[in-house]
Design a protein around this ligand. Structure first.
Ligand code: C5J
Length: 264
């Protein structure tokens, strides 16, 4: 275990059981000229966390721990987009409409892609999610169970929408959750502050919060222990995931603790 100074109190990081989830660092949300900016948002706020997020991803890669990316996007035929979501927003700026970077939030369109600075590397899992939470209508739970993950570190955008929703989903499924405060952002400064305050309130009711450098230092400190524990448990390493992110059936799978990874 590595101790990370966090809010509301120290987080005990298990370097053999932790994964990083990077939420929706997509071009349409972050880049000038994208969908987010076309709605009047200041995307510079989101752009500003790219270096810290890259640093966090590098720390997980260096420690040999899984990095999982998500993208909020829908099938081109919109069959996975409920009418209640489809009808939000001004006509012409709705999901599936033609936007500045292709059809808005449609998989395969340029705007739905992850920004180049944070692009996944071979073997990293990418979850396309139709909801705000990454567990809803995806196979994320099964992947985390196969990897023996019990702790999740969160980064990405936006703090109060997709990051917070996913963190709450994970918390209810029994994961210990830590948000990287300087690797998450909102278009609205007060929403980010409030979301993190809500997460850590009442004795970490949803989870913990810590800066990237503290998390990376904790990972590095625990690296040796992780390798030893992982060898003993026979876990699937990130490199054992297929190109579609699925775990190879032949790899030994360590059991997830009761309550973790069940259902969507
Ligand atoms: C995300 C959104 N990713 N705000 N989406 O937070 O609609």
């Amino acid at each position: 275990m590595a101790t990370i100074a966090a809010r509301p109190f120290d987080f005990k990081l298990d370097p053999a059981r932790v994964a990083l989830i990077v939420i929706d660092m997509q071009r349409d949300f972050l880049e000038p000229g994208g969908f987010g900016e076309s709605l009047g948002n200041d995307v510079a706020r989101l752009q500003a966390i790219v270096p810290a997020t890259a640093r966090l991803i590098a720390g997980f890669r260096a420690a040999g721990r899984p990095v999982i990316h998500t993208r909020e996007c829908h099938r081109p035929d919109l069959s996975d987009c409920p009418p209640a979501k489809l009808s939000r927003g001004a006509p012409g700026s709705r999901i599936g409409d033609e936007g500045p970077m292709g059809r808005i939030l449609i998989s395969g369109e340029p705007g739905a892609e992850i920004v180049p600075e944070l692009y996944p590397i071979a073997g990293e899992l990418v979850i396309d999610k139709p909801g705000k939470g990454a567990f809803y209508a995806t196979d994320l739970s099964a992947h985390l169970a196969a990897l023996g993950i019990t702790q999740l570190v969160f980064a990405g955008v936006t703090t109060e929408v997709c990051v917070q929703t996913t963190m709450r989903e994970a918390n209810d499924r029994g994961f210990e959750c830590l948000i990287a405060e300087d690797a998450t952002e909102s278009y609205f400064a007060e929403f980010k502050r409030a979301a993190i305050d809500m997460i850590v309130a009442q004795g970490a009711i949803v989870g913990w919060a810590a800066p990237v450098e503290a998390i990376v230092a904790g990972l590095a400190a625990g690296e040796g222990a992780a390798a030893t524990a992982s060898d003993a448990a026979g876990e699937i390493a990130p490199g054992d995931l297929g190109s579609d992110g699925s775990a190879r059936a032949a790899s030994p799978v360590s059991p997830a603790p009761i309550g973790i990874g069940a259902g969507v």
